[in-house]
Ligand binder design. Sequence first.
Ligand SMILES: N[C@@H](CCC(=O)N[C@@H](CS)C(=O)NCC(=O)O)C(=O)O
Length: 209
Amino acid sequence: MSTPLALALPQLFYSEGSPYARICRMAVRERRLAGEVAEVVTTLRDPKAAVLPHSPVGRVPALVLGDGTTLTETTLILGWLDKYGSQPAILPSDNSGLAAYGRVLGLLDGMAVWNRELRRPESERSPSVLALEVTRANRVADALNHDVTAGGYAAVDAGYLTLATILGYAERRHTVWKWRENRPALEQWFQRAAQRDAFQETLPPPSGI
Ligand SMILES: N[C@@H](CCC(=O)N[C@@H](CS)C(=O)NCC(=O)O)C(=O)O
């Protein structure tokens, strides 16, 4: 589209494999803002990446507003999206919702480190970094299995979308992590979350890891 209105639409830069960008893309859909935000795919770690003229950081998600301002960082973009639309806010405001979101964001950060390590040639991988992240991921997953058993991660908010993104990432881009073992409640939670349109419409391609 080339109308002035379309040009002024905020542009959400993403890469298909990025779990952080997926959280924002799902939030756009859950908040029914798909017609208000254009999604633009970009390469990463590439001097020609489409996102670089807008953000020297070069990471996704990045949200370029109509006036050229670029917002980066998943949580900040979720906060911006919450100002629009009539659906319930995605960023939690209560302590338990914030704690739940922080827990899964920490897990995702650890998984990103683990995954990056696995993308290096085998001889360059750090066994101690890998061991630390495997232990962290399993420890948090045990806590999450307990959380969902107790009714946590029920509302579709930032914690929910991040947990769905993490388990979806483990399905397709980080299959080395066998998170299901001894975590039946988490598995059931994921089966339900994966049925949402926002999840199905943002599936990442498999990475082979
Ligand atoms: N803290 C950032 C993390 C974003 C991030 O790490 N994005 C990755 C993709 S999943 C990226 O763009 N990597 C490219 C790079 O590091 O140059 C957020 O919350 O949005």
